[in-house]
Design a protein around this ligand. Structure first.
Ligand code: CP
Ligand code: NVA
Length: 303
């Protein structure tokens, strides 16, 4: 059966652990031997593109990259016809898309094509896999099964990144708290719904209360890709949710700070925090590739 990774909630706990185990297993440089892998980007990317391209190479394959402008998903031709076309040349297509439903339509139109989500407006699963690997390294000696009881606090706009992070951590038994103002909080339903899993994350509005005793403080941009027209309102509404030195001081002694990046220094996070000794953001970037190796290996397991 063809494997896909659109969201971590569809993946479930067992497959999540399989992906994470594959990420840290010895690398099989022949897994994608001489195989092209399509990488499609409707939005800009640095980390995800670097991780995916290099991981494909490391597994013996070669990436073929397309921008949204070149392909014109639903503009030059339908997403379904793009999918059918890609399926003639590729066994795996990894896409960063503006709208999550486009990924679902691509999967439906080309059953033999493995589809990997490299970020949509609903989810960023490969980021969350890297986040879990980083948190495990910081707090559990690298054991992704050792996260139960950790307090992971997300502060700011509950984004695609928040949704995937909360699902991954819910599967792994960590305690997740999301501190966001009204209108920016996690909402139930839709793809990548952590609120439908077990106890799910706690939703609060006070970032200071949330930060007390945190093992991890995590934030993301206040203006995600595609939300640029709302930037001024978002910056005003979220101004009280900056991760600064005072907030980090409220957290536990061993608290680490994570950010998926790109960071907007002085907005959602200060220079002092991002560059400070609690920051693990560069290790997070490192694990983008570790995670991508695991995902690409897992996708092959179903073929
Ligand atoms: N975190 C992340 O996905 O970064 P890029 O947008 O640069 O890929
Ligand atoms: N929430 C951000 C994540 C960027 C990696 C966005 O979607 O732009």
């Amino acid at each position: 059966m063809t494997r896909h990774l659109l969201t971590l909630d569809a993946l479930g706990r067992d497959d999540l652990l399989e992906v994470l185990d594959l990420a840290t297993a010895p690398l099989d440089a022949t897994l994608y031997e001489d195989e092209p892998v399509a990488l499609v980007f409707e939005h800009p990317s640095l980390r995800t593109r670097a991780a995916a391209s290099v991981a494909v190479h490391q597994l013996g394959g070669w990436p073929v990259e397309f921008t949204g402008e070149e392909i014109g998903l639903d503009a030059r031709e339908s997403a379904e016809d793009v999918a059918r076309t890609l399926a003639q040349t590729f066994a795996v297509a990894a896409l960063r898309v503006r709208r999550h439903d486009v990924l679902e339509r691509i999967r439906a139109a080309s059953p033999g094509l493995s589809v990997l989500n490299l970020l949509s407006d609903a989810a960023h699963p490969t980021q969350a896999l890297a986040d879990v690997l980083t948190i495990a390294e910081a707090h559990a000696g690298g054991d992704v099964r050792g996260l139960a009881g950790l307090r992971v606090v997300y502060v700011g706009d509950a984004t695609n990144v928040t949704r995937s992070l909360a699902v991954a951590l819910a599967h792994l038994g960590a305690s997740v708290v999301v501190a966001a103002p009204p209108g920016y909080q996690l909402v139930p339903g839709g793809p990548e719904d952590a609120l439908a899993i077990g106890a799910g994350p706690s939703l609060v509005s006070d970032p200071r209360e949330a930060a007390r005793g945190a093992d991890v403080l995590y934030t993301d941009t206040w203006v995600s890709m595609g939300e640029e027209s709302e930037a001024a309102r978002r910056r005003a509404d979220l101004a009280g949710y900056r991760v600064d030195e005072a907030l980090v001081d409220l957290a536990g002694e061993g608290c680490v700070v994570l950010h998926c990046l790109p960071a907007h220094r002085g907005e959602e996070v200060t220079d002092g925090v991002l560059d400070g000794e609690r920051s693990w953001v560069w290790r997070q970037v490192f694990h983008r590739r570790t995670a991508m190796l695991g995902v690409l290996a897992w996708l092959k397991g179903g073929q």
